[in-house]
Design a binder for this molecule. Structure first.
Ligand SMILES: [Cu+2]
Length: 321
């Protein structure tokens, strides 16, 4: 058993992501078992084949192959042993899967919504975030939805994965046992920027979590531009736009743009003013910045942002100088 655990940890540690939950350890144990059994079977099979090939190689013209029809004992053995192994794997896998799918009661419920190409996390008190922040050692139930196509929410370190399907809710749960930063990916190819659909999962102490939740909910009391700065992060603008002179991300940098003249792919120009920023956010396809692909990969925020949130974003972009 000790050797087994050692082998498993060595295997998992070698190429699996960090184990952030109890389920992750259980999944890795089963996976390790499958690997070890496969190695042993492979050795017996290939080893046996080589051994017999050498042992029964025809050595002279008079060598005759003995006539063997079957061996009942052997046949039962090589049928029953694999059957037992497969049933063990089945029962073991089913138990873990059952634990994964049985939603714990009294879990902290968090809504996560997929949209081309970002995850939005919403807490009961109204806080919206692009990071999934959760307290350590607490059951968390994620309620998934999608605004457009099928996405899939996957946290490799927690060994959990679930599709987000438009028109219905799906759920999954986890209990993070390690503090730190992990990643949630989209594992359902959902369009051009599918690979960029990543959210950070931050596991913090209960105290840090409570404080973060209050801080985030007090955002409404901040001055416009500061609120805009927050929305710029939480609405994923920052994942595509720089606000300084750093290398261009998916979209153009918004640094020192306000008040200048925007030049578009079709050669037209427009003043970079409040209405232009507003249109850029609500109808990204209307005017596409010169040098950027058409159609623009920027999602429309029509119906996603309130007037007050729009004003805050515009005020923030105005102040980028
Ligand atoms: Cu996706």
């Amino acid at each position: 058993m000790a050797l087994w655990m050692f082998l498993n940890q060595a295997l998992a540690g070698a190429f699996m992501p960090e184990q952030g939950t109890q389920i992750a350890k259980e999944v890795d144990n089963l996976y390790g078992f499958l690997l070890v059994v496969s190695f042993i079977s492979c050795a017996i099979l290939i080893g046996g084949m080589i051994y017999f090939a050498i042992k029964y190689k025809r050595k002279s013209q008079s060598d005759k192959t003995p006539y063997i029809t079957h061996d009942t004992r052997l046949e039962i053995l090589w049928s029953v042993i694999p059957l037992i192994i497969f049933l063990v794997v089945f029962a073991w896998g089913w138990t873990i899967y059952h634990d994964m799918r049985a939603m714990p009661e009294n879990a902290l419920e968090i809504h996560v919504t997929g949209k081309q190409w970002a995850w939005t996390v919403e807490y009961k008190n109204g806080v919206k975030s692009t990071d999934l922040v959760v307290p350590v050692n607490k059951d968390i139930k994620i309620i998934l939805a999608s605004e457009d196509v099928i996405h899939s929410f996957y946290v490799p370190s927690f060994r959990i994965k679930q599709d987000a399907v438009p028109g219905r809710y799906t759920t999954l749960w986890f209990r993070a046992e390690k503090m730190g930063e992990f990643y949630a990916f989209c594992t359902e190819f959902c369009g051009t920027n599918h690979s960029g659909m990543v959210a950070r999962v931050k596991v913090v102490t209960q105290e840090e979590f409570d404080k973060w939740l209050v801080d985030e909910s007090e955002i409404g009391l901040l001055p416009l531009a500061q609120r805009g700065a927050k929305y710029f992060q939480t609405r994923a603008c920052a994942s595509c736009h720089n606000v300084d002179n750093a290398a261009v991300k998916v979209g153009p940098s918004l640094f020192k743009k306000f008040g200048t003249e925007g030049v578009f792919g079709d050669g037209s120009v427009s003043k970079f003013d409040e209405n232009y920023v507003r249109q850029s956010i609500l109808e990204p396809q209307a005017k596409i910045v010169k040098g950027f692909p058409k159609p623009s990969p920027m999602p429309s925020y029509q119906g996603q942002l309130s007037e007050s949130e729009l004003s805050a974003l515009i005020e923030y972009i105005k102040g980028l100088k």
